[in-house]
Design a protein around this ligand. Structure first.
Ligand SMILES: Nc1ncnc2c1ncn2[C@@H]1O[C@H](COP(=O)(O)OP(=O)(O)OP(=O)(O)O)[C@@H](O)[C@H]1O
Length: 325
């Protein structure tokens, strides 16, 4: 079966007052109906990767290479007309800040109806009835009267639900979620995660879910790719990565969270800071912070250890090359 999303060797570089190698050779595959978590600390390139998939990056001073296929379609080859049909119909995106998706000057019902009319060519009345159905699906209280509300008249959690209703109104096959629950308090966060998981299963959507929080990833993801300094350094099933991470950075990231450390031992932090992204990595980006690093780690790119079907780590230790180094 064609994967829902296939990214190969994606590279994104920004050049302005300084050069930023934000995404370095990222490859990802998301199966139909699968939820992939993109996990990593701030600045590791998660959002840029997600935006590249929808071609939402600024055109000026941005260099993108690699291939991106969504539902088998070559996204990099799409012209503006194809892109605007693709966004919101085949693939939708939700954000931490709902006002990036909602227009402050239009009523919620009109925004959803307009999107359905534009993408599906249905009548205005049908668009309105889909808007009502979607507000009901995301369990917004008093959905009929909320059709007439402006975004600023809603609470944060309700705006988040309205954004999800808008994103899913045209039943996209793929949903890209960029930390959609990070700004919410814990109770609302879990409600929104459960809602997303329910809608994902019901609509059979594939998803990439960006988060820096392993606790959130555990609630919603089937698979995990861990990013560090613009690279995917480990991928596998949620269970494999959380229980048996093989890359020293992934191990450190998990040991620094309660979820990765169920024994309740003292939480550890990783000493040092991520590297500057002004040059493309020529060796292991984590080596300067890695307790296991040997000279080879700073001299050449790390080998990719294939640890099983759809399971990999980019490090000499799982690759079994430590002794030879
Ligand atoms: N338009 C841009 N121009 C220049 N640099 C950018 C641009 N967008 C992102 N960057 C840089 O690219 C790098 C990766 O950013 P990205 O937003 O993908 O990180 P992230 O992992 O999503 O972190 P966060 O969770 O903080 O958003 C960062 O160094 C960021 O400053």
């Amino acid at each position: 079966m064609t994967p829902a999303i296939e990214v190969n060797n994606l590279k994104v570089r920004f050049s302005g007052s300084r050069t930023v190698h934000a995404v370095n050779d990222v490859s990802l595959t998301v199966g139909q109906g699968e939820v992939l978590g993109l996990l990593g600390e701030s600045g590791s390139g998660k959002s840029v990767t997600l935006r590249a998939l929808m071609r939402l990056l600024p055109k000026r001073r941005t260099t993108i290479s690699g291939t991106v296929r969504v539902g088998g379609e070559d996204v990099m080859a799409m012209d503006d007309t194809a892109l605007s049909a693709f966004r919101g119909k085949a693939v939708s995106m939700i954000f931490q800040e709902p006002m990036l998706a909602l227009d402050p000057v239009y009523r919620i019902g009109d925004q959803i109806a307009e999107s359905v009319v534009r993408h599906e060519g249905v009548s205005r009345a049908e668009g309105r009835s889909r808007a009502l159905e979607m507000l009901e699906r995301v369990r917004i209280p008093s959905p009929k009267s909320r059709l007439e509300a402006y975004p600023h008249e809603m609470s944060g959690g309700m705006r988040q639900r309205a954004m999800i209703a808008l994103a899913l109104a045209c039943r996209p096959k793929v949903l890209l979620a960029d930390e959609p629950t990070t700004a919410l308090d814990a109770t609302v966060q879990i409600q929104i995660l459960l809602l997303l998981r329910e809608l994902q299963a019901e609509f059979g959507m594939s998803m990439i879910f960006v988060t820096h929080d392993i606790g959130v990833a555990v609630e919603i993801c089937d698979r995990i790719s861990v990013m560090y300094a613009g690279e995917v350094i480990e991928s596998g099933s949620l269970r494999d990565v959380v229980r048996d991470a093989r890359h020293p950075y992934a191990q450190g990231l998990l040991a620094s969270t309660v979820h990765g450390n169920p024994g309740g031992e003292r939480l550890e932090t990783i000493p040092g800071a991520p590297p500057s992204l002004d040059i493309a990595p020529a060796a292991c980006s984590f080596a300067p912070r890695c307790a296991h690093a040997v000279p080879r780690c700073v001299e050449a790119p790390p080998p990719v250890a294939h640890l099983g079907p759809r399971r990999m780590a980019r490090c000499i230790i799982p690759a079994g090359e430590m002794a030879a180094a």
